[in-house]
Design a protein around this ligand. Structure first.
Ligand code: ADP
Ligand code: MG
Length: 267
């Protein structure tokens, strides 16, 4: 008994909380089943490793700040034929981000761009990468604020430590000259060093409308698209289709109810 207490104290000192917690149960189990020493130790150590990996993933997902967790297994690829499933599965392995390549999802609203970007980001977290999700406008606001408070360099340094930054919804809100310049600097700094995933409703030809300046837009696109996977996601809005289906379902329900009521009245 004293040995167990001592063991627990040492495990705690070595910062092995799961082993500390599971020790007594594992000893009881091993005694009952005559488990060989090495199997006993393996079981105990494995639990510690699993729970550490889970904790690390939880922290990584929380730091990524995904608005909602989405994964590829809930994505219906048949709904968007322009999107190649194999390409997406490959991107989800995270090598593009490790190699500081970029990805741009282009398509109209509701076609699953944010879903795909999030799912690739979640998969990258699972693959051990540091990810940060933000809207393009949100990032520009953060940078403008940081600039005002003289902590822009600090913000940029912290973002450079992130393997994959996901910039969602580029194109909905145009930037003023300072904002456009800050976003350009951000992209230029990441070029060939860190990865970017951008979702946008605009074809590249229309990006000047967001950045205002033609040569700045050109220089930005040049860098962004140099090592880049482009996912074209044009199609019918999934949102719209789902809401239509919902309406139709309700319509059927109502007409069934109406029919039943009419029948009852007739009886
Ligand atoms: P976008 O960013 O292109 O406007 P979203 O990714 O926000 O579109 O998609 C809108 C909603 O529809 C989300 O709830 C998303 O999970 C869902 N959705 C879109 N496309 C699909 C799809 N092909 N399979 C499953 N869900 C989808
Ligand atoms: Mg979106």
């Amino acid at each position: 008994m004293e040995t167990n207490l001592l063991l627990k104290a040492y495990l705690k000192k070595l910062r092995l909380p799961t082993m500390t917690r599971d020790l007594e149960k594992a000893i009881a189990e091993a005694t009952k089943t005559n488990l060989p020493y090495e199997r006993f130790l393996l079981g105990l150590v494995e639990q510690e490793v699993y729970s550490r990996e889970e904790n690390t993933l939880r922290v990584r997902l929380a730091r990524a700040k995904f608005p909602i967790i989405k994964t590829l297994d809930t994505f219906d690829f048949t709904a968007i034929p322009s999107l190649d499933k194999q390409t997406v599965l490959q991107l989800a392995e995270g090598n593009f981000a490790r190699e500081a390549q970029n990805c741009v999802c282009i398509g109209n609203s509701g076609t699953g761009k944010t879903h795909i970007a999030t799912a690739i980001g979640v998969a990258a977290c699972r693959a051990g990468l540091k990810v940060r999700f933000t809207t393009a406008a949100g990032l520009v606001n953060d940078m403008l604020e940081a600039k005002k408070e003289a902590r822009l360099a600090k913000l940029n340094n912290s973002l450079m430590r992130i393997d994959l930054v996901i910039l969602d919804e580029l194109g909905y809100i145009p930037f003023d000259a300072t904002g456009a310049q800050l976003l350009f600097n951000f992209c230029a700094e990441r070029y060939e060093r860190r990865s970017l995933l951008v979702t946008t409703n605009l074809d590249f030809g229309a990006w000047t409308s967001v950045f205002g300046d033609e040569s700045l837009t050109g220089a930005m696109l040049d860098r962004l698209t140099h090592h880049c996977h482009i996912l074209v996601m044009n199609g019918e809005s999934y949102r719209f289709r789902e809401s239509q289906k919902e309406k139709n379902r309700k319509g059927v329900k109502t007409s069934n109810a109406t029919r039943k009521a009419q029948k009852n009245q007739g009886e």
